[in-house]
Design a protein around this ligand. Structure first.
Ligand SMILES: CC(C)(COP(=O)(O)OP(=O)(O)OC[C@H]1O[C@@H](n2cnc3c(N)ncnc32)[C@H](O)[C@@H]1OP(=O)(O)O)[C@@H](O)C(=O)NCCC(=O)NCCS
Length: 179
């Protein structure tokens, strides 16, 4: 029974109290409180890809998400009443965690959903890795503001890391110490 409960918890990160308060005091909870972060499945991919194409000029295609599944990376969606509002993916290897992608549907941004996913990512990585790394385009001021607010520090620049309209764009490398 305990094993089954752990399995269920791994699939769905869910706070039952929040749903109770949402019913009794609907104004007391926000969408951020009500979303569930759960493991991404193949069935989520059409919704994930729609957001991916909406948000990025050079989006990941389906095969990259499937490679992430096959590699055993952590792949989650942010689910609100069975709708995918966002997603995030993280790899983990010998003490290093790497945030590979985090994205929120354009019309659902600025409600704290990315912050909630990042908190979940950090909580998962804590105890398994010493550092959480990520790359971000210098032009992505919103994402940089989010990462700095969550305690990430700049540790370097990767030259020509991203494809760009004309040539390549550098990446800022950020890191968060988890210990
Ligand atoms: C970056 C992104 C994931 C943020 O998602 P979000 O759900 O809107 O972010 P949140 O609402 O959780 O914001 C948390 C904090 O991030 C910062 N932030 C987020 N978007 C911002 C923006 N456009 N401008 C300035 N700061 C921003 C703020 O500090 C915000 O805190 P506040 O609301 O208390 O001011 C979202 O804009 C997105 O999906 N962008 C396209 C994909 C992308 O660029 N991903 C990152 C790749 S490295």
């Amino acid at each position: 029974m305990r094993g089954l409960m752990d399995k269920i918890k791994k699939i769905v990160v869910y706070d039952a109290d929040t749903e109770f308060y949402a019913k009794v005091f609907p104004d007391s909870v926000t969408k951020k409180d009500l979303v569930r972060i759960r493991t991404m499945t193949h069935a989520d991919l059409p919704y994930v890809l729609t957001i991916e194409h909406e948000n990025y000029e050079f989006p990941w295609e389906k095969d990259i998400f499937i490679d992430c599944f096959n590699a055993g990376y952590y792949c989650w969606v942010c689910d609100y009443e069975d709708q995918v509002l966002g997603y995030c993916l993280m790899s983990m290897a010998v003490g290093e965690a790497h945030l590979l992608n985090i994205s929120v549907a354009a019309k659902e941004q600025k409600q704290g959903l990315a912050r909630k996913m990042l908190e979940h990512i950090i909580a998962t990585a804590q105890g398994k890795a010493e550092t959480l790394f990520l790359e971000v385009r210098p032009s992505n001021v919103g994402a940089i503001a989010l990462y700095e607010d969550m305690g990430f520090n700049e540790i370097g620049i990767r030259k020509g890391y991203y494809p760009a309209k004309y040539g390549r764009e550098d990446a800022i490398m950020l890191a968060l110490e988890l210990l």
